[in-house]
Design a protein around this ligand. Structure first.
Ligand code: CU
Length: 188
């Protein structure tokens, strides 16, 4: 009886340490729940133990869409992946699944907020500025393109018509004028 009790006590005493033996996320870049003004080059997750190569993570935006990033590299207690140069401001979730040192699969997630000041806001006024500038050249270029388009479809025919008729009319007029001059001269 005493033995069983001891084993039970030992088991109870051991249970929390077994639970603690699961690998857990210890350090993250960007930091959990942080608001960052610039995106780091890589997301880097460091655990309290070595993690297996199958460990992986995803970066999701607020809409739950996965953000494309480089392949996850696992190195000892850390896994990381390079990020795209720019992603829009917003709340992002890092969803990770690891195979810990004890062979157990552990998953978790955390969020961080990207709030880059000028980098993402500057491009939006610029297009409106160019929009304000472009309307004045645009009509002229539009006219240019429409007349060009018209030339391409109409003027070859019109030009060939013109070159067919006008010289003929001019030549005809010259012939008539010459004939008139000759006729007048003969009459004299
Ligand atoms: Cu475990």
């Amino acid at each position: 009886m005493k033995r069983i009790l001891l084993i039970c006590l030992a088991a109870l005493w051991l249970l929390p340490s077994v639970a603690l033996a699961h690998s857990t996320l210890e350090k993250a870049v960007p930091i959990q729940n942080a608001t960052v003004t610039a995106l780091p080059e890589r997301i880097e997750l460091t655990y309290n133990t070595k993690i297996e190569k199958l460990s992986n993570f995803k970066l999701m935006n607020a809409a739950g869409e996965e953000i494309e990033k480089d392949k996850v590299e696992v190195d000892g207690m850390t896994m990381s992946a390079g990020l795209p140069d720019t992603i829009p401001n917003g709340i992002y979730t890092v969803k990770w699944v690891i195979i810990g040192a004890d062979g157990h699969s552990v998953e978790g997630d955390y969020t961080f907020t990207l709030d880059a000041p000028a980098a993402t806001e500057a491009p939006s006024p610029e297009p409106t500025a160019t929009d304000a500038v472009s309307p004045t050249p645009e009509p002229s270029t539009e006219e240019g393109t429409t007349t060009n388009a018209g030339d391409e479809t109409n003027s070859p025919a019109a030009a060939s018509d013109g070159t067919n008729y006008t010289p003929a009319i001019i030549i005809g007029a010259i012939i008539v004028a010459a004939a008139l001059v000759l006729f007048m001269r003969r009459k004299k």
